[in-house]
Design a protein around this ligand. Structure first.
Ligand code: B1M
Length: 222
């Protein structure tokens, strides 16, 4: 693998955005994801290879987060470094040069305003090559149904942080399954368990963002 690509992957994993960024301390003064991506594209390294490097870096930090070796701040910095890469790759996505793995409709369910975990899921899923249609917070079932209708073949992710809004999550899953039985749904959030997810009729549950990626990749490969 090209040395520049390896370095980009390392920057994403460790949250090194650009040369001016003081984080992480061990990489202070070094070039970051921003400069290295520009150099890679100037050196005619393909956007696919750069995206793969980005995905690998996000995968590693996501796994470290799952193992409690790093925490929310490290994950957020990794996502920022990834965004620095994506700013350079965006024109290639828009032109269709780079293909995304699939589309993921995501939102926090009706009555629930918590979005920090949902946003982490979005960042990690995006970093792993999926297009995310983020519907935001307090999302009513009808909004999810409209998004599914307008996004053929999408997979849906629901987040809830309150025991009270788990009821709304359950209703949303059931309405999705009635109107779009083939659409796969994954749920997550602090009060959820696999047991609760299955009782709602969801196809999957994850307690962290990396688990959502594993679920999506498995479905798209099937
Ligand atoms: Co609220 N809140 N809050 N809150 N809040 C909790 C959740 C609570 C546990 C605090 C407590 O009492 N100890 C409690 C819920 C109790 C319960 O229902 N069992 C609670 C309450 C009661 C409330 C209010 C009702 C308080 C009030 O007004 N009386 C109110 C409700 C507002 C509403 O939503 N309608 C409320 C409001 C708020 C703030 C607005 C102040 C703020 C939210 C700001 C925001 O999100 N923009 C807030 C916060 C920050 C919290 C705590 C402190 C932190 C939540 C958080 O962001 N965690 C929380 C207590 C706590 O957790 N210690 C609490 C960090 C985040 C990274 O974790 O969201 O779990 P989390 O996401 C994880 C996983 O769950 C998973 O991945 C993420 C990364 O690992 N995940 C998914 C999440 N979604 C996923 C989806 C997936 C897969 C994985 O696939 C689709």
């Amino acid at each position: 693998m090209d040395e520049l690509v390896v370095r980009i992957s390392h920057c994403v994993e460790n949250g090194k955005i650009n040369k001016a960024s003081p984080y992480p301390n061990a990489m202070k003064g070094m070039e970051g994801a921003d400069e290295l991506t520009k150099q890679a594209l100037d050196a005619a390294i393909g956007p696919d290879a750069i995206l793969q490097a980005c995905n690998d870096g996000m995968q590693r930090i996501g796994e470290r987060f799952s193992r409690n070796e790093v925490f929310v701040p490290e994950l957020l910095m990794a996502a920022k470094a990834m965004h620095a890469v994506m700013a350079h790759l965006e024109p290639f996505f828009k032109s269709g040069t780079v293909k995304v793995k699939g589309k993921f409709v995501l939102g926090t369910v009706a009555g629930d305003l918590h979005d920090i975990g949902k946003n982490l899921v979005r960042m990690v899923v995006e970093g792993n090559g999926w297009e995310v249609i983020d519907l935001g917070v307090d999302v009513k079932s009808t909004k999810f149904l409209d998004a599914i209708k307008n996004t053929p073949g999408c997979i849906v992710g629901l987040s809830a942080l309150l025991t009270t809004t788990m009821v709304n999550m359950s209703k949303t899953v059931q309405e999705i399954k009635i109107q779009f039985p083939a659409t796969k749904v994954i749920v997550g959030g602090a009060p959820l368990t696999m047991d609760a997810a299955l009782k709602m009729g969801a196809d999957g549950y994850s307690h962290d963002p990396q688990g959502a990626v594993t679920f999506l990749d498995k479905i798209s490969a099937a």
